[in-house]
Design a protein around this ligand. Structure first.
Ligand code: AHR
Length: 292
């Protein structure tokens, strides 16, 4: 298997990489692994090199949604099956890949928004009658950034007092989240809620909020996505208010799918990962057994 990974931008990504590498070894699959360092052109080069090496199967998690048709057509012409994992592409020709294994990111965004609607009573921390939300977006053009924004917007439409007043990318990194949050805090002293598209950006925002002399989780409520250990610890500590889980442990299902497509078996075109959500109390209970 040739696997073209996005990079190492987050705790989620690290757990995902480990899951893929460990499971390939456990199942006796020879893995050629590349880290694209967040760049689409690096992923395209890696996929082209896997085609040249005539691997049996290619899997990748696309950095962004668009711009994959040409390289996927090259793989198809070479007779090499492709599996999308974690993130989708927006190609209209679905024959360019065998299946897509990963989360429902729109649902994740909806779950984040629904929690805010249900807890709107405590979310107006500055008491001005409006719930001002700032959104820390994932990588621009990436499926989870697009879909988590869409799902959240749909859910909060149920309560007109909730408004996303500013939204900017923090590129799914802790540093990115911190820097964007610092700028938002300087520009606006009416922020009630931070909705971060992943834990790492939420954790960066916590650093910025504390440096500004405010208490994360109280003065500003924080909602994130992923539920990696650091995020869960911050949730249990009361610094984050709610986390929507996104499961990175895709290795076992991916290797099973790879074996099936290489054997010429039919596989489901879409396999959705099972996920849950965590409140602060639930995080305290789940932390001791958390694998990632
Ligand atoms: O595609 C999954 C997302 O990518 C994770 O939520 C985020 O942490 C990662 O960088």
């Amino acid at each position: 298997m040739g696997f073209a990974q996005v990079g190492a931008e987050s705790g989620w990504r690290t757990a995902n990489t480990i899951s893929i590498q460990e499971e390939a070894e456990a199942q006796g699959i020879e893995l050629k692994f590349t880290d694209a360092q967040g760049k689409q052109e690096n992923q395209i080069s890696a996929i082209r090199s896997y085609i040249q090496q005539k691997v049996d199967v290619i899997a990748f998690s696309p950095v962004v949604e668009t711009g994959w048709d040409a390289v996927l057509q090259e793989a198809k012409a070479a007779g090499i099956p492709v599996i999308l994992t974690d993130r989708a592409v927006d190609s209209e020709d679905t024959s360019l890949y065998e299946t897509f294994l990963g989360s429902d990111f729109v649902l994740e965004g909806e779950r984040a928004g629904e929690w805010l609607v249900e807890n709107a009573g405590e979310a107006d921390t500055n008491g001005d009658g409006t719930i001002n939300v700032i959104q820390l977006e994932g990588t621009t053009g990436a499926a989870p950034a697009i879909d988590r924004a869409e799902g959240f917007a749909t859910a909060i439409a149920a309560d007109p007092s909730i408004e996303v007043t500013a939204s900017q990318t923090g590129d799914f990194t802790r540093d990115g989240g911190k820097q964007v949050m610092e700028a938002f805090l300087q520009a606006d002293d009416t922020i009630d809620v931070v909705y971060a598209h992943n834990d790492d950006m939420g954790l960066g925002a916590i650093e910025a909020i504390e440096a500004a002399g405010l208490e994360p989780g109280k003065d500003i409520k924080i909602i994130t996505v992923d539920a990696v250990k650091d995020g869960m610890q911050a949730l249990a500590d009361g610094k984050i208010n709610f986390i929507v889980e996104c499961n990175p442990l895709l290795g076992p299902q991916l290797m099973e799918l790879a074996k099936a497509v290489v054997a010429g078996e039919e596989v489901e075109p879409r396999i959705v990962t099972e996920e849950t959500t965590f409140t602060q109390e639930q995080a305290k209970e789940a932390l001791p057994d958390r694998q990632y």
